[in-house]
Design a protein around this ligand. Structure first.
Ligand code: ES4
Ligand code: ZN
Length: 326
C-alpha cells in the first residue's frame, strides 16, 4: 500500500489549525515550570489522560486551561516554532495559523507579546524551514461583539502581521450574525475573512457566515451536507471547506472515521481540504489526518491529489506563490 507514503510526501497547505491547539502536554508543563504557573494536573500523563472529549465544549474547557501557561513573547515563539517544525516534516509548504488573542489579553498578556512572538516564528520558518506561514486572528464567539471590536482595535498597530480574521470557540447559540458589524469593519480594512460554521451548528450558520459575514472560506462546514441548496452554493462559488477529520472524530461529530463525509464533499465537487485543527489534543498533525482518514474511508489517489490542489487553491498566499504551486 503506497497511499500513506503518497499522502505523507505530497506538498500541501494547512488552512485550519489553532496555534494554541499545538501545545503538547510536555511543552505545557515546561512553560508552567518556566513561568511559575500552576496547572491542575500532576503530570504529563495525567494531563493527556484528561483528553477524552464528548463534544466541542468539553474540549474547549481543557484547551483554554492549557493556554494559561503562555505569558512571554518567547513562549508564543516556542509554541509556534515547535508546530512549524512539525509542519515542515509533513511537507506543508504554506500554513495559515489561527490565534486567539482574547484567551491571552483577558489574562493580562498584551497583544504585542502574542503577535510579535508568533510573527517572529513565521519569519524564521520561511528562512530556516522554507515554510510560508501567515497568521489569522480569531474572535471568540462566546464573548461579545464589543469585546471583538476592542480586540480588533488592540491589533490594528500590528495590522501588517496578520492576513485575516476568523471566528471560533463555542458555536451553538453564537451564530455568525452576532459578529456582523465587526466583520464588516474587517472587510473595509482589507482583511481576509473566514469563520467556523457547521462544525456542530446547523447549515443556517454556514448560510449566515457566507451571506452576512461574507467569509471567503468555511472552517469545518461538514454539516452543510444536510442542505442540498447549500451544497450547490458552496460548489458553485468554490468556497473552500477546511475539514478536520481527527477533530471531528475526537469531538464526536462523527461516530468513527469510516463514517466521515469528506469523500462525499469531494465527490459533490466542493473545495474540501484536510487540516489538523488542534493537533496536540486530537491525536495528530496534518499527515496523521490524511493517513487515518484515507485508511478508514478508502479514498483514492485522485482524491489525494484533489485535496492537495484544493489546499493551495483555498489558501490566501500571493498570486505568485499560488502560480508556482498550482
Ligand atoms: C476549536 Cl475544534 C474548534 N472549534 C471551535 N473553536 C475552536 N478553537 C480551537 N479549536
Ligand atoms: Zn478550528
Amino acid at each position: 500500500d503506497r497511499m500513506p507514503e503518497l499522502l505523507r510526501t505530497m506538498p500541501k497547505a494547512e488552512l485550519h489549525m489553532h496555534i494554541e491547539g499545538s501545545l503538547e502536554p510536555e511543552l505545557i508543563f515546561a512553560l508552567a515550570q518556566r513561568n511559575g504557573v500552576s496547572i491542575p494536573y500532576a503530570s504529563v500523563e495525567e494531563l493527556r489522560s484528561a483528553y477524552a472529549f464528548t463534544n466541542l465544549q468539553s474540549f474547549l474547557d481543557i484547551y483554554y486551561a492549557g493556554a494559561s501557561v503562555l505569558l512571554t513573547e518567547q513562549d508564543f515563539y516556542d509554541m509556534a516554532w515547535a508546530y512549524l517544525q512539525r509542519a515542515a516534516a509533513d511537507h506543508v509548504l504554506r500554513t495559515e495559523m489561527f490565534f486567539d488573542p482574547q484567551t491571552h489579553t483577558e489574562r493580562g498578556v498584551s497583544m504585542q507579546t502574542v503577535v510579535q512572538g508568533l510573527h517572529r516564528a513565521c519569519v524564521d520558518a520561511k528562512a530556516q524551514l522554507g515554510v510560508d506561514a501567515a497568521l489569522i486572528l480569531c474572535f471568540l464567539r462566546h464573548l461579545s461583539e464589543e469585546s471583538a471590536f476592542e480586540t480588533l482595535e488592540q491589533a490594528l498597530p500590528f495590522r501588517d502581521l496578520f492576513i485575516g480574521v476568523g471566528l471560533d470557540s463555542s458555536e451553538v447559540g453564537h451564530p455568525p450574525e452576532k459578529f456582523a458589524r465587526v466583520f464588516a469593519r474587517c472587510r473595509e480594512l482589507g482583511l481576509h475573512l473566514v469563520a467556523h460554521a457547521g462544525e456542530e451548528g446547523p447549515p443556517a450558520y454556514v448560510w449566515s457566515a457566507l451571506d452576512v459575514l461574507k467569509v471567503e472560506r468555511i472552517d469545518h462546514g461538514v454539516q452543510s451536507i444536510k442542505d442540498a441548496a447549500l451544497m450547490k452554493r458552496l460548489a458553485a462559488d468554490r468556497i473552500p471547506l477546511t475539514v478536520c477529520p481527527l477533530s471531528n472524530l475526537k469531538l464526536c461529530v462523527f461516530p468513527d472515521l469510516a463514517q466521515h463525509n469528506l469523500g462525499q464533499l469531494l465527490d459533490a465537487g466542493l473545495v474540501a481540504t484536510v487540516n489538523s485543527d488542534d493537533p496536540a489534543y486530537f491525536g495528530g498533525y496534518v499527515n496523521e489526518n490524511f493517513t487515518q482518514t484515507f485508511a478508514a474511508t478508502g479514498l483514492s489517489a485522485q482524491h489525494a491529489w484533489q485535496l492537495a490542489r484544493n489546499s493551495f487553491e483555498g489558501s490566501f498566499a500571493s498570486a505568485d506563490a499560488r502560480r508556482v504551486w498550482l
